[in-house]
Design a protein around this ligand. Structure first.
Ligand code: HEM
Length: 498
């Protein structure tokens, strides 16, 4: 009897304390601007129309309404802030807040762990610092220079594919070709792996797996009851996600084993290169005690780079070609610039990349408008004042980069494609946190220069060969699934230039 009384008393005290804390916490966050229609099942997630154009329009409308940031409830217990103004983002980025990780409730990054492990994108703290230190030399200027030849060659294969797909004057789906092209490039550059994936069907399988993984990942992020790993692991989507992870891992293990075998047979291969490529660096990395990376650590980094190294650029290149197809006057200015610069040459040379002023402006503007990486997250590590409100340490915040770049309080007519915004004279006067598609600070994109070089080369080669125009029967619609993908492809007419 006494025992029961004691248990009930202790339980009541614990529950009352927790409830008091929770109500204070809720009052604090509910004081902030944001959706008031709260559900004890979904928080405010049910208000988000989805990952499609409607969802993007909803978030743009929020930016118009709230200007700096707003609060969401990702389920009944979990508040998060969406930031989309340079003033609010700068406060958190500068504080070097880590990426949020959850013990019971998975964060967006936790949801990727099964696939990418504790690779560079997901890891925090010492583990991240060690990997970043180890991998930074793989993006050295000298090694980036040596990749230009690969970009040119892969773009020639892409051009052949576009020619075939558009023969007979029909419109063709651009994203799938560009995606394979970007995968071909990262496999050759980072892993010395010539897969011929642009011409072989087998490459497509991997790309399909990656697309589905991201679709499931984004779907889960909108369903709070699936934040608990145990529940997700027995759900239909969860089982499928786990299975796809196994397939993706098999591909990266094959890539690793192939290169390891080559290096074992002929160790001089690694030293033939002026600077080691990404995989060679990983294979030869040793800690102070002579320990190399474990097989899982190795695979995590390979998975991370294989994904981040192609999916992002594929999105950015596709949307840039789409924007140029819809703006013939901009496309012709790009074409003129290329002709003037290249003359009779077919391939780009290193010096050309810095001289493509207008092409670069178009690329930056398409990236602003279509946001290849729409959203990233952080966990505040100290109390922060955001617009006069103290946000406690331990709050999840998202930098909604797509919304920042389309915020009508920052950009004049944000929905318009206007490359002139990025004229160097104008960009110089922008707030440093106004345009950050590659993020900023210590955890910015390690592949930024690699990406810009690859994208410029591809855009130049394609526009030099083809005049692109839109297919009015197949309007492209965006889908915000980890990266910004087309919902049903991007159909363009590609007419060979005489
Ligand atoms: C248009 C192309 C690209 C865009 C827009 C982009 C954007 C970004 C962004 C926003 C982040 C921060 C992610 C976060 O905070 O969670 C990031 C990180 C990263 N990116 Fe990129 N990226 C691009 C291309 C690439 C390429 C080509 C590679 C590899 C070759 C790459 C590798 C990475 C890696 C490994 C990280 C994690 C860096 C770290 O935390 O230390 N990215 N990228």
């Amino acid at each position: 009897m006494l025992a029961t009384y004691l248990i009930v008393t202790v339980a009541t005290v614990v529950i009352v304390r927790w409830l008091k804390k929770y109500l204070a916490y809720r009052a604090l966050f509910n004081n902030l601007p944001g959706e008031t229609d709260f559900s004890y099942l979904t928080g405010t997630m049910h208000k988000i129309p989805g990952t499609n154009e409607d969802g993007l329009a909803y978030e743009r409308e929020n930016a118009r309404k709230y200007k700096y940031f707003h609060r969401v409830w990702a389920g009944p217990l979990l508040p998060a802030l969406l930031l989309y103004h340079p003033d609010t983002i700068k406060a958190v980025i500068k504080s070097q807040a880590p990426k949020p990780r959850g013990k019971l409730l998975a964060t967006a990054y936790d949801m990727g762990v099964r696939w990418l492990g504790e690779g560079l994108i997901i890891a925090n703290g010492d583990r991240w610092a060690r990997s970043r230190r180890l991998l930074t030399p793989a993006f050295h200027f000298d090694i980036l220079k040596s990749y230009l030849d690969i970009y040119n060659k892969c773009a020639d294969i892409l051009i052949n594919k576009i020619s075939t797909s558009s023969s007979g004057g029909k419109s063709m789906e651009m994203y799938s070709l560009i995606n394979m092209h970007a995968l071909d490039i990262i496999l050759r550059c980072a892993f010395s792996y010539n897969s011929d994936c642009q011409t072989l069907e087998s490459g497509n399988e991997y790309v399909k797996v990656i697309s589905e993984l991201q679709r499931l990942w984004s779907k889960r992020a909108l369903q709070p009851h699936l934040f608990v790993e145990l529940i997700y692991s027995v759900s239909t989507d969860g089982k499928r996600f786990y299975k796809l992870c196994d397939i993706a891992h098999q591909v990266s293990e094959d890539v690793i084993e192939k290169r390891r075998g080559e290096l074992e047979r002929d160790p001089s291969l690694a030293s033939q290169k002026k600077v080691k490529d990404f995989l060679d660096l990983l294979l030869s990395a040793r800690d102070d005690d002579g320990q190399g990376l474990s097989p899982v650590e190795l695979r995590n980094e390979v998975d991370t780079f294989m994904f981040a190294g192609h999916d992002t650029t594929a999105s950015a290149m596709t949307w840039t070609l789409y924007a140029l197809a819809g703006h013939p006057e901009c496309q012709e200015r790009v074409y003129e610039e290329i002709n003037q610069l290249l003359g009779d040459r077919q391939d780009l040379e290193w010096g050309d990349l810095a001289n493509l002023e207008y092409t670069t402006m178009c690329l930056k503007e398409a990236i602003r408008l279509h946001g290849p990486v729409p959203l990233i997250e952080r966990l505040t590590s100290e109390d922060l004042s955001i617009n006069g409100t103290i946000i406690p340490a331990g709050t999840r915040v998202a930098f909604y980069l797509y919304v920042l770049h389309n915020n009508p309080h920052i950009w004049d007519e944000p929905h318009e494609f206007r490359p002139d915004r990025f004229h160097p004279d104008k960009q110089r006067h922008m707030d440093p946190f106004q345009y950050i598609p590659f993020s900023a600070g210590a955890r910015n994109c390690i592949g930024q220069n690699f990406a810009m070089n690859e994208m410029k080369t591809t855009i130049v080669k394609v526009i030099r060969k083809f005049q692109l125009s839109l297919d009015p029967q197949n309007q492209a619609r965006r889908n915000n699934v980890v990266t910004m993908k087309p919902e049903n492809g991007v159909y363009l007419y590609a007419t060979p230039r005489s």
